[in-house]
Design a protein around this ligand. Structure first.
Ligand code: PMT
Length: 414
């Protein structure tokens, strides 16, 4: 897998003392599989969960646990690891380890290495959900983020102690992908991506319009993630309160017809289209030039269909062997998966990202910072929940192999 390429890179893995320590073995294995070098430092507590010999076997190198190891210390073992590291990854990071990292302590092999590294740093927290929500843990992590630490996870689900909620160590694949990306592995480099985001506004008169509550957050997250992963991104956005995402060309539009025209202008050489915009399906047939005055009784508004941007691209490209990958969203209030499957077929997309909308206070969908979606393709159904950035990463992860298979690159990634 190209995005897991760690060739010529050294990842120093700091393992904390939690039940999820066994998953760090799989992370180490993925890095080695990606042709990377792994060096491991463990806290004494971590060795209660997994023996250093296991990591030694996977990494093919001695594991640093004891700061007073007479064999390792003549070469300043704790500093040697920091010197070698292209990336320092702490997984799992327990509440205690996060607190000690934040405090700048150096009382074991992991914290001492952390103090000495100058490379990018990535932390994968894992703990009970109530501990995770504790303000002390959140404050400690926030302080590390301010200092430049990158965070992957935690995920949500059933935890080792039976509690359900956030706190599970991110999946090894997710951690390795985040690590690979921090090492500058730009898996979308050379790709042209068009994303639509936000609502459209269909004017009734100069001061009134038909619209919907889309904030643009989901589409902007997708555009930002694609740009960070090396793509040349054009974001076609309806009216939002959001700033243009870094590294993207943003085209601002108001109506569905303007959005359709803007997409048409940039669709030519694209490799991937993601339609996250909530495009109005109808517009008032006529838009009054001046503010409409209220009459004595009820009024009837005549509506006309707007162009369906995604369906238009499906008709133009769908089924062609080198077609751009087409990804649509489905915002549904009921029968979410069934409607998503209809859209997948009807609009000839490769993937439909289905989300339930409409329930007030659900914390997902329109306007919120998080989303809960199902990825619906002709062969798969996968569910993802989390901050919109993380959902966007997972959507791009899904797209990548489809894109690479359909439009293989001439040049391998550096
Ligand atoms: O913007 P946020 O506040 O972050 O909220 C995110 C979101 C809920 C808006 C987003 O996740 C989402 O679901 N976007 C699609 C909403 C929608 O309009 O769904 P739809 O089922 O009506 O349309 C299906 C697909 O066709 C979508 O990809 C849409 O962009 C596209 N479409 C629809 C109509 C039209 N005229 N042209 C289109 O391209």
């Amino acid at each position: 897998m190209r995005r897991m390429d760690f060739a010529n890179r050294t990842v120093v893995l700091g393992v904390g003392g939690g039940i999820a320590a066994y998953k760090a073995c799989e992370v180490a294995r993925l890095i080695v599989k990606g042709r990377g070098k792994v060096r491991v430092a463990m806290t004494p507590a971590a060795t209660k969960f997994v023996g250093p010999l296991t990591f030694q076997a996977i990494s093919g190198a001695p594991v640093l646990v004891d700061l007073f190891d007479g064999q390792a210390e003549p070469s300043y073992g704790h500093l040697q690891l920091a010197r070698e590291a292209d990336l320092f990854l702490v997984a799992p990071a327990t509440a205690d380890l996060i607190a000690r990292l934040r405090a700048g302590m150096g009382n074991d092999a992991v914290t001492t290495t952390a103090l000495a590294v100058t490379c990018p740093v990535l932390i994968a927290p894992a703990m009970n959900t109530r501990m995770w929500k504790n303000p002390a843990v959140q404050e400690n992590l926030a302080a590390l983020i301010v200092r430049g630490w990158n965070v992957v996870g935690p995920g949500a689900g059933v935890l080792a102690d039976g509690d359900v909620g956030e706190g599970r160590l991110a999946e090894p694949n997710e951690i390795a992908t985040a690590a690979s990306r921090l090492l500058g592995n730009l898996d979308l480099s050379g790709r042209r991506v068009v994303v639509t985001a936000g609502p459209t506004r269909e004017p009734i008169d100069p001061v009134r319009f038909i619209s919907n509550p889309s904030s643009g957050k989901m589409g902007y997250a997708l555009a930002a993630v694609a740009a960070r992963r090396g793509a040349e991104v054009v974001l076609v956005s309806g009216p939002t309160a959001l700033a243009d995402p870094a590294g993207c060309r943003t085209i601002r539009v108001e109506t569905a017809e303007e959005m359709a025209r803007a997409v048409e202008e940039v669709a030519g050489g694209m490799d991937l289209f993601i339609g996250a915009a909530a495009v109005s399906d109808y517009r008032p047939t006529t838009s009054a030039p001046h503010k409409v005055k209220k009459g004595a009784g009820d009024e009837t508004l005549q509506l006309t269909r707007t162009p369906d941007i995604l369906a238009g691209l499906g008709t133009r490209f769908g089924g062609k062997p080198d077609a751009p990958v087409l990804v649509g969203f489905a915002a549904e209030t009921e029968e979410v998966i069934a409607h998503a499957r209809e859209k997948l077929k009807g609009k000839r997309c490769d993937l439909v990202v289905a989300n339930k909308v409409g329930g007030s206070g659900s914390g997902v969908g329109f306007g919120s910072d998080s989303n809960r979606v199902a990825l619906v393709s002709s062969t798969e159904l996968a569910e993802i929940e989390g901050p919109k950035e993380r959902v966007a990463e997972a959507i791009v992860d899904w797209i990548l192999p489809v894109l690479d298979a359909r439009r293989p690159r001439a040049q391998p990634l550096k």
